[in-house]
Design a protein around this ligand. Structure first.
Ligand SMILES: CC(C)(COP(=O)(O)OP(=O)(O)OC[C@H]1O[C@@H](n2cnc3c(N)ncnc32)[C@H](O)[C@@H]1OP(=O)(O)O)[C@@H](O)C(=O)NCCC(=O)NCCS
Length: 184
């Protein structure tokens, strides 16, 4: 099963994708934006450990997807849906396009649409969440475009590049998602 958009698709993470994740997750530009972590350094073994459960289909908390461009068949990034426990009514969605040449082509919009569809229309959840640091203009623009509303600001919540940065928490409720789908 894959989740298909017009130009990209989301498919399961496979062990052979770890090489690409290794490249993207050791890239300071990507990790500054994706995790507020420009000095992220991760070994292949640590990545194997982190994603082992997801690859084996045993991760109850987090679903991990590879974003693949349909025209080239190439993996271009990763995405996730994280559920917070058994009684969760909400899921946190996240994505990163690791191949920078593919930024600003509408792919992030497509990925977010597919993740929202999954959270609301397949998993029946009540809300979706999106967390980002306040300097991440692209992430904020994308989240707001897709109906997420700013719900809170965690002041000075992370430190990198020799200063503190705020984290912004955004959310969208099922009824807001449905109203947008109906075009209201
Ligand atoms: C954030 C990210 C996923 C956006 O994906 P994308 O494919 O570039 O986004 P899209 O092309 O679909 O653009 C969505 C909207 O955001 C806007 N946007 C995208 N990047 C932007 C930027 N750097 N500054 C301002 N606006 C931006 C686009 O103009 C578009 O709005 P529009 O349709 O009204 O013109 C991508 O830049 C990325 O992977 N960044 C690194 C990792 C990351 O930040 N992940 C999110 C962590 S919370």
């Amino acid at each position: 099963m894959v989740l298909e958009g017009k130009n990209i698709l989301l498919r399961a993470l496979e062990r052979e994708d770890l090489k690409r994740l290794h490249k993207w997750q050791n890239d300071g530009d990507i990790m500054r934006l994706a995790r507020s972590y420009p000095d992220n350094m991760i070994s292949m073994e640590a990545l194997e450990h982190e994603y082992d459960k997801a690859i084996k289909g045993e991760d109850q908390e987090k679903q991990v997807f590879i974003i693949q461009e349909r025209s080239s068949g190439k993996p271009i990034g990763w995405a996730s849906i994280r559920h917070w426990g058994r009684k969760a009514v909400s899921a946190d969605i996240g994505l990163a396009i690791g191949e920078k040449k593919h930024w600003r082509k509408g792919y992030g919009t497509e990925v977010t649409r597919l993740l929202q569809h999954e959270v609301f229309e397949q998993q029946g959840l009540h809300r979706a969440e999106w967390w980002t640091n306040s300097d991440n203009k692209g992430s904020l623009a994308l989240a707001k475009k897709m109906g997420f509303k700013e719900e809170g600001r965690l002041r000075d919540a992370v430190f990198y590049d020799n200063r503190f940065h705020d984290i912004i928490a955004l959310g969208v409720l099922r009824k807001e998602y449905e109203a947008r789908r109906r075009g209201n």
